[in-house]
Write a protein of this length. Structure first.
Length: 274
């Protein structure tokens, strides 16, 4: 992985989930993600409206105020194909916001993101599920959302169900599932779709120890097959085990970059000094 801290001005683009974008814009064929001077601004309301009616009344009266919060500031980095990159930092440092921006869930306020390949986001591991439907129905629903045909999902169906360990409950409405069952199915679905890039936010912190081991094994298999992994975790041990490189974020800015072991140790040492 190569980090580029260039301050070159770039145009704003609108990323889209599971897309293959503008490969001609990437100078290096091995670069699959190019983030250039990305900043994300959130407007935090100063008011405490109890409902939409009160909000619109205050807005008409010109009483709606906002505080600006820059979740990301001038982030520039490049990720090479097949890399396993970790983002570490305290809560609120911008890790999840950066992942969501790369995935296309959040549009950058400034800067651009170019992605060469398809993305499977495990940012919200239960995202896309309709809890009133069964797991069987949700597998095909989520597969369709990722652009896969019914034929393809039928081919992968048994593998997904077996990995998630929900054979006995595949036709039970998911509203009756435990959080662990939902997490297992979410991970199984996201990692069976042969995406070029997997974006994972704290996914290995859910489920029991056996399931976490299965997840780690699946991720290692994907890395050997050339899949690119972007990973967020508060576990230094998991970061060192899964990732080769790391980016340390704090208050929306890059503090340091390097090997996963080096950056994890620096980060943990900084926490001990506080």
């Amino acid at each position: 992985m190569m980090i580029d801290i260039s301050r070159e001005a770039v145009e704003i683009v609108n990323p889209v989930i599971n897309r293959s974008l503008r490969t001609d814009d990437l100078d290096d064929e091995e670069i699959c993600i190019d983030v250039r001077n990305v900043s994300v601004l959130f407007n935090l309301s100063k008011n405490r409206e109890d409902g939409l009616k009160e909000y619109f009344i205050n807005r008409i009266k010109g009483k709606v105020g906002y505080d600006e919060f820059w979740a990301l500031r001038n982030i520039s980095l490049q990720v090479h194909k097949g890399d396993a990159l970790a983002f570490i930092g305290r809560n609120g440092s911008g890790k999840s916001t950066l992942l969501k921006t790369i995935a296309g869930i959040i549009k950058p306020t400034r800067g651009s993101i170019t992605v060469n390949g398809t993305i499977a986001p495990l940012i919200e591991i239960s995202g896309g599920f309709d809890r009133s439907l069964s797991a069987r129905e949700n597998i095909f629903l989520v597969g369709a959302m990722h652009g896969h045909t019914k034929k393809y999902m039928k081919k992968r169906f048994d593998e997904i169900v077996e990995f998630a360990e929900i054979q006995r409950f595949v036709d039970v409405p998911m509203k009756n599932y435990s959080s662990g069952m939902v997490a297992r199915l979410g991970f199984a679905l996201a990692t069976c779709v042969n995406a070029d890039i997997i974006i994972a936010d704290e996914v290995l912190s859910v489920g029991d120890a056996k399931f976490r081991m299965k997840c780690e094994e699946r991720i290692q298999q994907m890395l050997k097959a050339g899949t690119t992994i972007l990973y967020v975790s508060h576990s230094a041990a998991q970061v060192k085990k899964i990732c080769r490189t790391a980016v340390w974020l704090d208050k929306g800015q890059i503090i340091d970059t390097g090997t996963a072991a080096e950056i994890s140790d620096k980060y943990m040492q900084s926490l001990k000094k506080e």
